[in-house]
Design a protein around this ligand. Structure first.
Ligand code: BGC
Length: 873
């Protein structure tokens, strides 16, 4: 807001702000939001830093980089790095905006759907509570399938109005004079401002603000100000808690059931507040919401006619008042949300009712909410010299990360859903995506990683049973995880192109256990949290190691151990041609990392204090012979190679080459070749094509030295030239059908081919803001790609590594991009890292921690609290 407005009263300020915005809107030429763009085929992608994002490098002039229509609104030079704005209303784009304008606090999140909207194909009001899952059964052909979903909770926003008894407000039925939507990234507040004229000629300006409090995780607030511009008369406002919602966002799932909530009760709590209590119909989780609904004008409560609305699963008020021309009136709705999964509660409805009157007004909630966000932004501080579009997108990514998991999630027994708490794609399940997310958290809020890892620990018993039932030892974690840790992978999935329901064998991605072990190890490396290792981490790591030793079988002919019937991260290859469901053998990523896990398992045992080691070995009944087998398997796992490159899996070289050019001509978008080929009665399993990085994951997770050592231990030699050869081999054969792919490719190319790497960085940055997958962002954000893009810039380009109790920096940040500055926590030191070109500077905050060692290009410096160390070129 303009500073000159700050002195005035709030309604007055708002009126003036509307005037100011009106001018602004006209100046911005009220552009309609452009349509979705077709992603640029990789071969034609502009060779420019950050793909289609604006130039940072003087070496690359702007004209060379056509900016996609879709991203202009986010990336125009000079864009406010602390806000995302949308000008104009575009029904076709509403779903994407709703996902990107979600507000949340790690306990619950609410999509940026218009407060007056219902699910109607354009809008989709969705509110999701962390860990609130429910299972439903369906019959498809002759099979009964059961799916567990993150439940769409009652719509707490639902607020509409009408004038002089006319029709209830509907954006589609009025003339829209101005329309703006702004997500304030610093404050996590969503604002809609618009002016409309109805059929009767009433012109009304509306300002809507909402927040989901980061300070009090049970509190949400909505405020809607109405300004009758050219009329006076009867204004009716209907504001309710709407429990008629279902899960219906994802078109592919619509043939399956989505009705998860049953009504328990509605009630009026006081003359201005109501309660709605519902229960999930299988998991029995009770969800209570209470709302206080008041109207304010000029700093006073406005008297209204008030009618209680109590219609089945809907409860709230219909209010009526005499509105006067140019006099703003404000509806304020304060909402509390509790569930039976909460701690420190008696029962959710009682808590929702008790806490509602304890909450004050919107602006008071806002003040505390902003304070907590300010603290979070200090921890997640990030400044790039551009201070514009790229910084803006990175902050948007960090905001959505923290809205999905935050300090509010710490006590909740929840994991990180791949699509955030922002939509219903993948039904809110938890995959291996944590691998891309935890590095950002480890370095800033390790307490949160610890809690998210404990989500896995609590499901270790289920993973043990899964391994046992499959005939293995140890723990086999599910590919898709939800409430209790059983496998939630769908049994049948719909190919939307062919319309066929097909078996889904992707649960063969046993590598999810590798990700969990890797995450445990990394968390320990960053924090040195031995308590965690002793009580939880070691047990998970050892049980996962045990699983890999038991799934590996000895191949006498080769004199090596092999792992058969699995899938690598590339989901296209579910089996060999003709055996589509059976998995593939010796996925290089899996085998090399299985060896890594086995060795880390042994190392962990050595790290444990004697007594704890003894206890754990006894509890897990780990025998000496078993540990010997781990050593043996870790040394003799088979890794396939062909043509001087690491083979994605055994037999990959025998597959057919794919006609990339032909298919690029035939289809506008060939990211999902699995679906395209199945619809053509062909199979992607026949070809050398990958959906996403698979073998290249090795270069993403391990440094070249680590990988060389690991392969050396296995008896293979990786020559320096084999690395770029392997990278290029797969680069030419990957469709990037997962947003994770750009993150990994950006990372692995960063050192050798910076320009090409920056293109992938650009793609990772644009994955959601430009909806590069053409329609998936509306179903929920891609959290791993969001967090991964931040990590890619900060950790990869600064060369930040934590090993041997030292913090290593090897920056190769493009000099022309100026200084990149970010904050991290390492061994309890709050550190600010500045990187420019190959130079680095580290500033330590005050404290009493023991000094740490920082290494940059061979120079070692001890950094004590309060110190500042520079590493010039
Ligand atoms: C990717 C997986 C990922 C999942 C959830 C899929 O498209 O292939 O690697 O775990 O999405 O994000």
């Amino acid at each position: 807001m303009d500073d000159s407005l700050a002195e005035r009263s709030r309604p007055e300020r708002e009126l003036l702000q509307i005037e100011a915005d009106r001018g602004l809107a006209q100046r911005v030429a009220a552009g309609r939001v452009p349509r979705r763009r077709t992603p640029t085929p990789e071969s034609e992608a502009p060779a420019a830093p950050f793909g289609s994002l604006p130039p940072w490098s003087p070496a690359a002039p702007a004209e060379e980089r056509p900016m996609s229509d879709q991203t202009q609104q986010h990336t125009k030079p000079g864009a406010d790095p602390w806000a995302v704005r949308y000008e104009g209303y575009d029904p076709d784009d509403e779903g994407r905006r709703e996902s990107l304008c979600t507000v949340g606090n790690g306990y619950l999140a609410t999509r940026g759907a218009a407060a007056e909207s219902v699910a109607d194909g354009i809008h989709y009001p969705g509110t999701y509570g962390a860990g609130i899952y429910n299972r439903l059964e369906d019959r498809i052909d002759d099979r009964v399938v059961e799916n567990e979903s993150l439940v769409n909770l009652p719509n707490w926003l639902s607020t509409s109005f009408r004038i002089e008894g006319g029709p209830w407000f509907d954006l589609a039925a009025v003339e829209i004079l101005d329309y703006q939507q702004k997500l304030d990234l610093r404050r996590a507040v969503l604002t809609r401002r618009f002016r409309v004229r109805d059929e009767a000629g009433h012109t009304t300006a509306i300002i809507e603000r909402r927040l989901v409090s980061m300070d009090d995780k049970h509190a949400c607030a909505l405020e809607v100000t109405y300004v009758p511009e050219d009329w006076s008369g009867r204004l009716e406002i209907r504001s309710v808690l709407d429990g008629t919602v279902t899960n219906a966002l994802v078109e592919r799932y619509r043939a399956l059931s989505g009705d998860h909530l049953d009504l328990l009760r509605t009630a009026e709590l006081s003359p201005d507040s109501v309660l709605l209590e519902m229960v999930t119909n299988q998991s029995g989780i009770r969800v209570a919401m209470a709302a206080r609904i008041e109207v304010w004008g000029n700093g006073y409560r406005v008297g209204t006619e008030r009618h209680l609305v109590e219609e089945g699963e809907v409860v709230g008020y219909q209010l009526a008042l005499e509105a006067r021309q140019s006099v703003p009136v404000t509806l304020e709705k304060i909402v509390t949300v509790f569930t039976s999964r909460d701690q420190a509660v008696s029962e959710p409805a009682a808590e929702a009712a008790t806490w509602l009157p304890r909450l004050s007004r919107f602006d008071d909630l806002l003040e505390r909410h902003v304070l907590v966000w300010a603290h979070l932004w200090e921890r997640f501080h990030l400044d790039l010299a551009d201070d514009g579009p790229v910084t803006q997108i990175l902050r948007l990514h960090l905001l959505h990360l923290l809205q999905s998991v935050s300090p509010n999630s710490v006590d909740l027994d929840v994991g990180v859903p791949a699509r955030g708490l922002h939509g219903e794609a993948y039904r809110g399940h938890i995959f291996w995506d944590e691998l891309f997310i935890f590095p950002v958290l480890n370095l800033r809020l390790p307490l949160l990683t610890r809690s998210l890892l404990r989500y896995r620990y609590r499901r270790l018993p289920e993973a043990r049973v899964a391994a046992h039932q499959a005939g293995y030892a140890g723990a086999m974690f599910p590919w898709q995880s939800g409430s209790d840790g059983r496998e939630e992978n769908q049994r049948l999935h719909l190919n939307p192109i062919s319309g066929r329901w097909l078996p889904d064998p992707t649960l063969r991605q046993r590598h999810v256990g590798i990700a969990i072990a890797y995450n445990v190890w990394q968390y320990y490396q960053v924090t040195g949290d031995r308590e965690f290792l002793v009580h939880y981490g070691a047990e998970m790591l050892l049980e996962i190691a045990r699983f890999w030793a038991s799934i590996a079988s000895y191949d006498r002919a080769r004199g090596r151990y092999v792992i058969r019937g699995v899938m690598g991260p590339d989901e296209f290859h579910t089996g060999y041609p003709g055996h589509e469901q059976d998995g593939i053998d010796n996925n290089a990523y899996t085998n090399v990392m299985a060896s890594w896990v086995l060795r880390k398992g042994l190392e962990t045992l050595r790290l444990l204090p004697a007594q704890e080691r003894h206890e754990l070995v006894e509890r897990l009944a780990l025998r000496r012979e078993e540990l010997q087998r781990w050593e043996e398997v870790a040394r003799r796992l088979y890794v396939p190679f062909h043509d001087g490159v690491i083979s994605q899996f055994e037999g990959y070289e025998d597959l057919e080459e794919f006609d990339w050019e032909g298919y690029r001509h035939k289809y506008a978008d060939i990211q999902r070749l699995d679906r395209i080929l199945e619809a053509e009665n062909d199979s992607v399993n026949r070809y050398k094509v990958s959906k996403q990085a698979d073998a290249l994951m090795l270069f993403y997770l391990l440094s070249a030295d680590e990988l060389r050592e690991l392969l050396g231990h296995l008896g293979y030699r990786l020559a320096p030239e084999d690395i770029p050869r392997t990278i290029h081999y797969y680069l030419d054969r990957t469709s990037h059908g997962s947003t994770l792919s750009a993150v990994v490719h950006g990372w692995v190319l960063a050192r050798s081919e910076r320009l090409r790497a920056l293109e992938f960085v650009g793609q990772a940055l644009e994955s959601d803001v430009a909806d590069l997958q053409g329609g998936t962002t509306r179903e929920g954000i891609h959290l791993a790609s969001m967090a991964g893009s931040v990590d890619l810039l900060q950790r990869c380009f600064s060369g930040l590594e934590l090993r041997q109790d030292q913090l290593h920096l090897t920056p190769f940040w493009p000099e022309s991009l100026g200084t990149m500055e970010f904050t991290i926590r390492y061994r309890e030191h709050p550190l600010t890292v500045r990187v420019r070109g190959s130079c680095a500077e580290v500033l330590a905050g005050p404290g009493r921690q023991r000094p740490i060692e920082v290494v940059c290009r061979g120079q070692v410096a001890e950094v004590a609290p309060g110190a500042r160390v520079s590493f010039p070129l």
